[in-house]
Design a protein around this ligand. Structure first.
Ligand code: F6R
Length: 237
């Protein structure tokens, strides 16, 4: 795994945007794997800026998001649809029909999303944030991790962490649909971002680099042949 340690969040965001911008310029019909959360916002801001300056074209870009809550509507301002529109999609020239989010079918199965990604040609580059407990997407530390996209019941620690975005904890959705570990690992390139000291435990796994554990799902990225970790000094501590 390639590791880049940056001074702070701004520098981390610029580094990540540089990689995404470069890949988009080199493959016009690129397929991006996208994440929500506070971590990638700065990267999206940098990409929006480049698009506004006429240096980055999203007209043929396609995207697949990692996850979405269940039980809240797309126009709820806490939904991941809303987040992506607000932070990226409405600000660049990406076509709405080229943007995708996971969902469940009538049997509560989400693996059709993995087929859709595969049929599109596979994700070229995937950005990942890390949960304080080492989760990626909604793959929480557990004895076993999902391979494919599917339904997830959120752990209490994630509900508590996410409650900062809702008026009260009882408004936080208790389930979500998320890409599985296999879905994520199939991306041709991973860019993992972490900022802040509360991510340091999970980052330690990646920097030590000698063990993977389902107790720290992001550690599976150590098995990926083309993964880059970009962290700020606090997360690297
Ligand atoms: C979001 C996602 C989550 C976040 C993680 C970190 O699509 O998949 O795994 O990346 O919870 O969240 P932040 O960036 O808010 O610290």
């Amino acid at each position: 795994m390639k590791i880049i340690i940056c001074k702070d969040y701004e520098e981390m965001s610029k580094e990540a945007a540089k990689i995404f911008s470069d890949r988009i310029k080199n493959k016009k019909d690129i397929i991006l794997g996208l994440a929500t959360g506070s971590t990638p916002i700065g990267m999206y801001e940098n990409l929006v800026k480049e698009n506004k300056e006429g240096k980055l074209d999203f007209s043929n870009v396609r995207s697949f998001n990692l996850d979405e809550y269940l039980g809240i509507s797309e126009d709820n301002d806490q939904s991941y649809h809303y987040f992506m529109n607000d932070n990226l999609f409405s600000k660049v020239n990406i076509k709405k029909e080229n943007t995708h989010f996971p969902c469940l079918d009538e049997n509560e199965d989400g693996s059709h999303y993995d087929k859709e990604i595969e049929e599109a040609g596979g994700i070229d580059i995937q950005v990942l944030g890390i949960g304080r407990n080492g989760h990626i997407a909604f793959n929480e530390p557990a004895e076993e991790l999902n391979v494919n996209t599917g339904k997830i019941n959120l752990t209490q620690s994630t509900i508590e962490a996410n409650s900062r975005f809702f008026e009260s904890e009882d408004q936080v959705p208790v389930s979500a649909v998320s890409m599985g570990m296999g879905s994520i690992m199939k991306a041709k390139e991973l860019v993992i971002l972490a900022s802040g000291k509360e991510k340091a435990d999970a980052v330690k796994y990646l920097i030590k680099g000698d063990k993977v554990s389902t107790d720290c799902p992001v550690s599976f990225a150590l098995l990926h042949p083309n993964a880059t970790l970009i962290v700020d000094e606090d997360a690297a501590k």
